[in-house]
Design a protein around this ligand. Structure first.
Ligand SMILES: CC(C)(COP(=O)(O)OP(=O)(O)OC[C@H]1O[C@@H](n2cnc3c(N)ncnc32)[C@H](O)[C@@H]1OP(=O)(O)O)[C@@H](O)C(=O)NCCC(=O)NCCS
Length: 166
């Protein structure tokens, strides 16, 4: 039994635990576990509550997923949701939950944030699972940042820019 709902600041501790767990897995999130600070979580929750949207997936044992994005501060970008991150706990991955969460997120954006007409995100080229999900949701690859990501072994890979116009 899972519940997909908007997050509140009461979810910060659980989000902190979730993000550290996902970062520990390596590869998916840009930040390492050591780079996931409570201040980072507090910061994105505040920005998403102020000028974006954050939703979470609640499982029987607590939070198992989260998706947030928010508008960049210059007013000219106020119709965009950017700085997007989606993260499912390792046990909740590979079951289609990412799609359920993202579809619920887009539905809420369409219903409640009518000024938003674009969602954008960045994803490293090797994250095939995430790219397949974005493709299924209708995101289009709009650009490629060559060698933007440095892997733990010192090699580089490209970051892709994807956008969904609502
Ligand atoms: C990325 C993420 C949100 C995807 O959600 P999910 O519910 O796990 O995704 P799914 O299980 O539905 O998989 C999506 C697709 O990738 C495929 N897939 C799953 N694991 C895969 C793998 N290891 N390699 C290639 N494809 C894979 C699935 O078969 C599915 O393909 P389909 O659309 O053809 O059926 C989730 O796995 C996650 O949180 N990962 C860690 C953090 C992360 O990477 N965030 C994104 C940063 S850009």
């Amino acid at each position: 039994m899972t519940d997909i709902r908007p997050a509140t600041s009461a979810d910060i501790d659980s989000l902190y635990d979730l993000y550290r767990q996902v970062a520990r897995q390596g590869e998916g999130l840009a930040r390492t576990e050591a780079e996931i600070s409570r201040a980072y979580i507090v910061g994105f929750v505040a920005q998403a509550l102020e000028r974006g949207l954050i939703m979470v997936v609640e499982g029987e044992a607590g939070l198992i997923g989260s998706l947030h994005a928010y508008a960049p501060q210059p007013a000219q970008f106020g119709h965009c949701l950017s700085d997007l991150t989606i993260a499912l706990s390792p046990d909740a991955q590979g079951m289609g939950l990412g799609q359920q969460l993202f579809e619920a997120y887009i539905a809420r954006v369409r219903g409640q944030l009518s000024h938003i007409n674009r969602i954008e995100l960045m994803c490293r080229e090797s994250n095939i699972r995430a790219l397949k999900l974005y493709d299924r949701l209708g995101f289009v690859t709009e650009g490629r940042l060559k060698n933007r990501v440095r892997r733990p072994d010192g090699s580089f890979e490209d970051d892709l820019i994807l956008g969904l116009c609502l």
